[in-house]
Design a protein around this ligand. Structure first.
Ligand code: NAD
Length: 363
């Protein structure tokens, strides 16, 4: 029997080619994993009547650990995000996205070392929405007016932004515990509490209370308004350490952080809860590159290093990261995105699988 069993969701778009490269690299690093492949997304709707069949969630519940490729979400209509549904169904309340510089990535900065801890279940991502013109929207508009909460235009669509005490406590505690366990210095809570007094205001109040619990931990705490955070991240990326954010800001700042380190092609991530963990890159399914053997599998592979650490396979994780640093640092066998950032042209770039081969040769 294999040492570990992991659910593998290839996803769609560039997902299958990235997860196949990831799998080859992890296997070449000598980790004994049995992969339980489970398909989700638009491709399975016809067969199962849903983009997220129950057996996929059952597989993750059984194995406790999964890694996935991105899954396309139809814009506007169609089914809701499968990615968000997995996080909600398994209560994966932490979205962990370390963003650190890799020499040779072509990024504007070379000294980034930021960890994003994004709340993953609440906020505007809760999926509680009322369509324009619906009875529910009309009732909500009447309710807000009757309560003196404010006038909402009758032709409005409405999305709710719930933020709870318990949800905030657990994400901020995770940020502090992560900081302590990983030798970090500072946790910054990011918010817009000056405007959103009852949602972000609560987030900030609870974050301060949790920070007080950690007063003796040696971890510094500060808070910052999200718009100012964006500017200062670009002006002074070296100021930041661990950032803890409500869901939507975490989503946006994750892409900003990806930009600081050289793009989505290298931005890793993990969704973690009390019982289960699902690892996936920050980026989406990039449909225009699907099936072209062009996309950069680094984000998927680095997400796998987070998974390997979670599984206690730290040595393999470190060797894979070292191989990524060596190959990207050498600049000869890199995918189109990195090549373009470094040289201004994609000439001389290699494909997804050839890059994975270069990593394997370094392991
Ligand atoms: P995206 O991240 O898929 O792509 C944006 C651009 O980033 C691409 O066009 C490409 O230029 C670049 N890029 C992304 N990944 C790359 C890689 N590995 N290598 C090289 N370049 C890469 O964002 P999008 O176009 O906004 O979203 C496409 C679909 O993915 C949407 O349906 C969206 O909902 C979904 N999505 C899924 C997830 C997920 O599965 N967790 C996350 C984000 C978006």
């Amino acid at each position: 029997m294999a040492k570990h069993t992991v659910t593998l969701i290839p996803g769609d778009g560039i997902g299958p080619e990235l997860t196949s490269a990831m799998r080859r690299v992890v296997e070449a690093a000598g980790v004994d994993i049995a992969w339980e492949v489970a398909e989700a997304g638009a491709g399975v709707v016809e067969k199962y009547g849903t983009p997220l069949p129950e057996h996929v969630l059952e597989s993750i519940r059984r194995n406790k650990v999964a890694i996935k490729g991105p899954i396309t979400t139809p814009v506007g209509g169609g089914f809701r995000s499968v990615n968000v549904a997995i996080r909600k169904a398994l209560d994966l309340y932490v979205c962990l996205r370390p963003a650190f510089s890799i020499k040779g990535s072509g990024a504007r900065y070379d000294d980034i070392d930021i960890v994003i801890v994004r709340e993953n279940t609440e906020d505007l991502y809760a999926g509680i929405e009322f369509a324009e013109g619906s009875d529910a929207a009309r009732e909500l508009i009447e309710f807000a007016a009757a309560k003196g909460a404010g006038i909402i235009k009758p032709d409005s669509g409405i999305s709710l932004k719930p933020i709870s005490i318990s949800g905030t406590q657990r994400i901020v505690r995770y940020a502090f515990d992560y900081a302590i366990a990983n030798g970090r210095q500072k946790v910054t809570a990011v918010h817009k509490a000056n405007i959103l007094k009852h949602s972000d205001g609560l987030f900030l109040k609870v974050a301060r209370e949790v920070a007080a619990e950690y007063a003796d931990s040696g971890i510094e705490f500060e808070d910052y308004i999200v718009d100012a955070t964006c500017m200062q991240l670009v002006l002074h990326p070296e100021w930041w350490d661990v950032l803890v954010l409500p869901n939507l800001y975490g989503d946006i700042i994750s892409d900003l952080a990806a930009g600081l380190i050289g793009g989505l092609g290298i931005a890793m991530g993990a969704n973690i809860g009390a019982d289960y963990a699902v690892f996936e890159p920050t980026h989406g399914s990039a449909p225009k590159y699907a099936g072209k053997d062009m996309a950069n599998p680094t984000a998927e592979i680095l997400s796998a290093t987070l998974m390997l650490k979670h599984l206690g396979e730290t040595d393999a994780a470190d060797r894979i990261l070292a191989a990524v640093r060596t190959v990207i640092g050498a600049g000869e066998k890199v995918t189109y995105d990195i090549r373009r950032s470094v040289t201004g042209s994609t000439d001389g770039s290699v494909g997804t699988q050839a890059y994975a081969d270069a990593l394997i040769a370094e392991l």
